[in-house]
Design a binder for this molecule. Structure first.
Ligand code: HEM
Length: 142
């Protein structure tokens, strides 16, 4: 059962990565119009949180099932997860309160959206690379 849970966790991380890349599209397409941008940002953040929650859930289940100690590797994943959630919520709140009818504000927030998505992609890729190196025995995070 444990290998299936870890596999599900890994698949969810990959789906999340694809979703994050789609976020660049949301920033470019939806930011052309105020209401569309607000709606798209809302749906995007809800989906982001749903996927992130599934990742955390499968990770915690794998962690509990495996009876493994709290390794540095798990701490890194939990911290990265919290950071991803924190910046996503900050970004959404910024878009929610902004007056997007102003072209200049829309352009500014489009830039923020793109930059934050890029940081999130880098963070997820970094964790995946770390886990691959760990699995290959190149590094040890125990
Ligand atoms: C609450 C958050 C999380 C917990 C408790 C958690 C826990 C775990 C556990 C227990 C494992 C299996 C044991 C191990 O390889 O260390 C694992 C594997 C993994 N986790 Fe997480 N994780 C979390 C979040 C994340 C996040 C946010 C990412 C990536 C962005 C991630 C990426 C991975 C990867 C790539 C693996 C390796 C999967 C494989 O071996 O095929 N995890 N995680």
């Amino acid at each position: 059962m444990l290998p299936q849970v870890v596999a599900a966790h890994a698949v969810l991380v990959k789906i999340f990565l694809v979703f994050l890349f789609a976020g660049f599209g949301v920033a470019f397409v939806a930011s052309k119009e105020a209401l569309r941008f607000k709606k798209a940002a809302f749906i995007y953040t809800m989906t982001f949180q749903a996927l992130a929650t599934m990742i955390a859930f499968s990770g915690i289940v794998a962690w509990v099932m495996s009876d493994m100690p709290t390794t540095l590797s798990v701490i890194v994943m939990v911290v990265a997860w919290a950071a991803l959630m924190f910046i996503e919520i900050k970004k959404y709140k910024l878009i929610k309160v902004a007056d997007l009818r102003q072209e200049q504000t829309r352009r500014l927030l489009k830039g923020v959206f793109v930059k934050i998505t890029a940081v999130q992609v880098l963070l997820v890729v970094a964790i995946v690379v770390l886990k691959v190196l760990e699995a290959k025995g190149a590094i040890s995070l125990s």
